[in-house]
Write a protein that binds this ligand. Structure first.
Ligand code: F6P
Length: 319
């Protein structure tokens, strides 16, 4: 591999810029030419690429978003789109590609790998829904944002002796809700991975308020339901009227935590080194602190295991 490209795709996440920086700086360190692709796979089809020098990634390690921008591209999902993208890369003499994104982005990288472009995936998503890595880039920051928001909500809930339902992102994965719920001392955590009964949730809230609790926080993962619906049912069943906060896209912005910057830096550099070793069609991850690669085919067909131990801990501590 002599010349590589890097792109960010799907929903952005904090730390994507740190990953782009790592790919570019490592590529230069090892004497490779490196291009940045603008707007994900759409940029490949539009031949929207620019050479990235060392200084092009200065002052971005601390920034949220992605300087390469991102898009969800329908055209690239077709076989024609994929061959066209591979041709565009070949025409520029680019033989390696680093894709930073989630599940859908990984599938694209895999397709290009089968068309002869050496491609590696890096887990860039706040959702933490990718198997064969302990964490995805952006997850730690998103959890910190949710914890900070719940701290604030709790202040005012306590003063008024109220309850709050906080809806968080995560698509089909409950990890943001689980980790933020545990770290913020939420009374209830509703996730798609664990069945729940709102009768029990309501009864518990009623008993807790009756025995002196001054506030009650229910974190609901978007994959488990809508905050408004949960609040309505609780109101009907218990008479308690929770306020609802939908945190939305603030979870995806802002400066990445040190944990995400370090993860992104390690993975970006690792992806470049793996491409130089001739690897392709692999997802990079960190498992028990060690950098690993796994076939993308395997990663996209494996559901990430839910951490029941953490969930049960959160429940034990939330009485
Ligand atoms: O995958 C990241 C994510 O933020 C999910 O948590 C959420 O379901 C989705 O993207 C929101 O997508 P959009 O930004 O297109 O509304």
């Amino acid at each position: 591999v002599k010349s590589i490209a890097v792109l960010t795709s799907g929903g952005d996440s904090q730390g994507m810029n740190a990953a782009v920086r790592a790919v570019v700086r490592s590529a230069h360190y090892y004497g490779l030419e490196v291009f940045g692709v603008q707007r994900g796979y759409q940029g490949l089809l539009n031949d929207d690429l620019r050479p990235m020098d060392l200084r092009s990634v200065g002052d971005i390690i601390q920034r949220g978003g992605t300087i390469l921008q991102t898009a969800r591209c329908k055209e690239f999902e077709t076989a024609e789109g994929q061959s066209q993208a591979a041709e565009m890369l070949r025409a520029r003499g680019i033989d390696g590609l680093v894709v930073i994104g989630g599940d859908g982005s990984y599938q694209g990288a895999n397709k290009l790998s089968k068309l002869g472009i050496k491609a590696m995936g890096l887990p860039g998503t706040i959702d933490n829904d990718i198997a064969y890595t302990d964490a995805t880039i952006g997850f730690d920051t998103a959890v910190s944002i949710v914890v900070d928001a719940i701290n604030k909500i709790r202040d005012t809930m306590s003063s008024h002796e109220r309850s709050s339902v906080v809806e968080v992102m995560g698509r089909h994965c409950g990890d943001i809700a689980l980790h933020a719920g545990l770290a913020s001392g939420a009374e209830t955590i509703l996730v798609p991975e664990v069945p729940f009964d709102l009768n029990e949730v309501s009864e518990r809230m009623r008993v807790n308020f009756a025995t002196g609790k001054r506030h009650s926080i229910i974190v609901v993962a978007e994959g488990a339901g809508k905050g408004d619906d949960v609040a309505r049912v609780i109101h009907e069943k218990s008479g308690i009227e929770p306020r609802v906060t939908v945190l939305g896209h603030i979870q995806r912005g802002g400066t990445p935590t040190a944990v995400d910057r370090i993860l992104a830096s390690r993975l970006g550099d690792f992806a470049v080194r793996q491409l130089m070793n001739g690897d392709s069609g692999k997802a990079c991850g960190v498992v028990n602190g060690q950098l690993v690669t796994t076939d993308i085919d395997k990663v996209v067909h494996t559901k990430r295991a839910f951490n029941m131990e953490l969930y049960e801990l959160a429940m034990r501590l939330s009485q």
